[in-house]
Design a protein around this ligand. Structure first.
Ligand code: F6R
Length: 359
């Protein structure tokens, strides 16, 4: 796939980067900090306050639905009520008047999300919608559910709007008493995103840029990605979906310590030349035995130098910011190193068009 220039040369050449990233995905990823700040302003302006629910359900697909995974991971350690992320048309049978249903869709027109909302409204759930417009915004207006309108500049992909989508979803949970106040965390996460963009962005050369180095190690290999802790697990899934959509490659992802009970068998005998292991560690969210568990797995498999990224210190959103900056930059560099345009998602578009025509 890749052209004549070797990977590191391409990733360090400003003009080649621009040529191979005509949709500007690298710029989108680098702008995540400002996106988070703008999203906070929008969420704070929306009338989100509501009663403490019995359960929170977040309905959304793909690059939008990841916001539900993040909320569930953030709520895990502190929330008195369960948070469930749903990816499909159907909601669980327990959904009813005590449910806060947060529906998140960048376009506002995703079929599965819209049918989940219809079911939730019919069951008496309280709806909060997060969308740039579309039928979801319309449904929210019709049913009097608060809507946070997501900023959607021309050409932006849903997956590049992670922080625009995520902050209002978390703010809806905060305003219902499910999460503690978030403002300081969001602002600190925005600063962390800026710092990561400086360290991992295009201006940082390959020999000092872990995201470029990761991409170069992954060219022509199957990435096997493991994440530790609740947030590391979400980041591992994000790494997979970002590599799918940006670099157009398949990825295997799993969470630790669960991977020690199954995934390791697929790697029996070692990674070999065709696979590379990526570890996204959120040590602050790990169990005290997880470090030993990870070391034991690496030793059993004979893996000496996995691609390793640590979430570091700070609140949940700050740690997540460090990991998603890495997943988003590394997957975009992987696309560019492979000679693939990161932005278009033609097969997803074809599948959606075929389904819309068949309605
Ligand atoms: C595209 C992307 C997709 C969409 C998904 C749902 O960048 O990430 O996974 O997010 O097809 O569409 P929306 O987000 O409009 O509800």
């Amino acid at each position: 796939m890749s052209g004549a220039a070797p990977g590191a040369v391409v990733l360090d050449d400003k003009e080649l980067l621009a040529q191979r990233d005509p949709g500007g995905m690298l710029g989108e990823v680098a702008g995540a900090g400002d996106q988070a700040r703008a999203a906070l302003r929008r969420a704070e302006a929306a009338p989100l306050v509501g009663p403490l629910p019995e359960v929170v359900v977040v309905a959304g697909m793909g690059g939008s639905g990841v916001a539900g995974d993040v909320l569930a991971a953030l709520a895990f350690a502190s929330s008195a009520v369960p948070v469930v992320a749903v990816k499909g048309d159907r909601l669980p049978a327990f959904v009813g008047p005590g449910t806060l249903l947060v529906a998140v869709s960048y376009s506002g027109n995703t079929a599965e999300t819209l049918s989940a909302v219809e079911q939730g409204l019919a069951a008496g759930a309280r709806l909060v919608a997060v969308a740039s417009g579309g039928a979801l915004a319309e449904l929210a207006r019709r049913h009097g559910g608060p809507l946070v309108t997501v900023e959607a500049p021309p050409g932006r992909s849903p997956r590049a709007a992670l922080w625009s989508l995520l902050i209002p979803v978390c703010s809806a949970a905060e305003a219902a008493g499910v999460l503690p106040p978030l403002r300081d965390q969001v602002l600190a996460a925005a600063d962390a995103l800026d710092a990561e963009a400086a360290a991992l962005g295009p201006a940082a050369p390959s020999d000092a840029n872990p995201a470029k180095q990761a991409a170069l190690q992954l060219v022509d290999r199957l990435p096997v990605v493991w994440g530790s802790g609740q947030l590391g697990a979400v980041a591992a899934a994000r790494f997979r979906t970002e590599c799918n959509e940006n670099a157009k490659v398949s990825v295997v992802s799993s969470a630790l310590p669960e991977a020690n009970h199954n995934d390791v068998m697929g790697l029996e005998g070692g990674l070999g030349p065709g696979r590379a292991l990526v570890l996204l560690r959120d040590e602050a969210g790990e169990h005290e035995r997880d470090g030993r568990r990870i070391a034991a797995a690496l030793e059993a498999l004979g893996v000496e130098g996995p691609v390793l990224r640590r979430a570091g210190e700070g609140s949940g959103l700050v740690r997540l910011a460090r990991l998603t900056a890495f997943t988003d930059f590394a997957s975009t560099y992987l696309a560019i190193a492979r000679g693939v345009d990161p932005t278009p998602i033609r097969t997803i578009d074809r599948v959606k068009a075929a389904l819309a025509a068949a309605r």
